[in-house]
Design a protein around this ligand. Structure first.
Ligand SMILES: [Zn+2]
Length: 369
């Protein structure tokens, strides 16, 4: 039987209202036309649409999970932080940083996003399917145990992992190819030997009080978790070839060595070459290959158990196509959706030394810790 993919989705995610302005900043008095905040409902509507109507639609099984409960959230987040979000009146919005907007009535939506992710993970853990994907927003990978950051409030993958660990999951791994550093997931599992966290991101560094982590190579984990956090701060302008080389030479060996029971993928598409929020150059072909490789790793290490969760991806049309491409790769299907836009298929050569330099810097950082 051909592979099928279980998709978890709640339409309430369209109601998380992040407002309008000058991209993610406040409106400019010099401009007439406001635009939606980049993390908006339309991006998710296009993602839903391409999954419902694109070539892989025939192998998707749609599911709806329950919203995450307080006890689920408390396994990853502090009670005080959950209280802070829960106490925001439903008619009010609140900014947690200059760009991270909690809209009116967003609390139950955040619980629904965490809940879809938890349900997707449980579906795989319980053996109902090998492959699952949660189409959720707000995204989660910047949310730290005690703090919102980068459009994220609850760490959807972190909450799901802790729920499964409460039911007996031991070792797992999170592979995050969103263009931004998965600092929240890193923080939540930083001293944990059982959860390998791997983040490929553009080399943006720390970005303020809500994102003090640098995302650099020398953040290797602490205590029992030393060696269980890998940061791959890819040079700006990295494209398909660079990402796939780093996957093959650094990511795959690390996941193999860890031997997780389930592989999680923080599946953001903002490393695409048209994304307003990223400075990398991946094409649909690159995302297809990342999906294919993640599936191969899951087949090799985890009996095929793979859970993908939506993170960023802000190019309104192209991110949706790249999502479809990544899932086509996961399903081991040839590309059924043509790339209408990509160019610059050949990578720049600035990446030639990245892998060698990464190994040297990482080994030095381990030696110091
Ligand atoms: Zn991102």
């Amino acid at each position: 039987m051909a592979d099928r993919l279980a998709v978890f989705f709640d339409p309430c995610i369209f109601d998380h209202d992040t407002g309008q302005g000058f991209f993610e900043a406040d409106a400019s008095p010099y401009l007439r036309v406001l635009e939606k905040h980049p993390e908006n409902d339309d991006r998710a509507r296009n993602m839903l649409s391409v999954l419902q109507q694109g070539p892989i639609s025939e192998v998707l099984d749609w599911h709806h999970g329950e919203a995450a409960q307080r006890a689920d959230l408390e396994r990853f987040h502090t009670p005080a932080y959950i209280d802070e979000l829960e106490s925001i009146p439903a008619v009010e919005s609140r900014s947690f940083s200059s760009t991270t907007v909690f809209g009116p009535g967003s609390y139950p939506i955040c619980c629904a996003a965490a809940g879809q992710t938890l349900a997707a993970a449980s579906h795989v853990f319980d053996g109902h399917a090998d492959l699952a994907y949660a189409l959720v927003r707000p995204p989660g990978h910047h949310a730290q145990p005690q703090m919102a950051d980068g459009y994220c409030f609850f760490n959807n993958i972190g909450v799901a992992i802790e729920a499964l660990r409460a039911r007996g999951l031991t070792k797992t791994a999170v592979l995050d190819w969103d263009v931004h550093h998965g600092n929240g997931t890193q923080q939540g599992f930083y001293d944990d030997a059982d959860v390998l966290t791997v983040s490929l991101h553009m080399n943006h560094g720390a970005w303020g009080a809500t994102h003090p982590q640098t995302g650099d190579v020398d953040e290797v984990g602490s205590g029992n978790g030393v060696g269980k956090n890998l940061n791959l701060p890819m040079p700006y302008g990295s494209g398909d070839i660079a990402y796939l080389r780093v996957f093959d030479e650094i990511v795959a060996p690390a996941v193999r060595a860890h031997q997780p029971e389930i592989l999680f993928v923080a599946n953001g598409q903002d490393a695409n070459q048209f994304d307003p929020n990223g400075r990398q150059l991946l094409s649909m072909k690159g995302f297809h290959e990342l999906g294919r490789r993640a599936r191969a790793l899951a087949d090799e290490c985890c009996n095929g158990r793979l859970v993908l969760v939506q993170e960023g991806g802000y190019a309104l049309s192209y991110a949706a196509y790249c999502l479809h491409a990544s899932l086509e790769g996961v399903l081991q299907r040839t590309a059924g959706l043509a790339d209408p836009l990509a160019y610059m298929q050949e990578d720049c050569t600035a990446l030639d030394d990245f892998v060698d330099q990464w190994h040297k810097q990482y080994a030095a950082a381990l030696g110091r810790s």
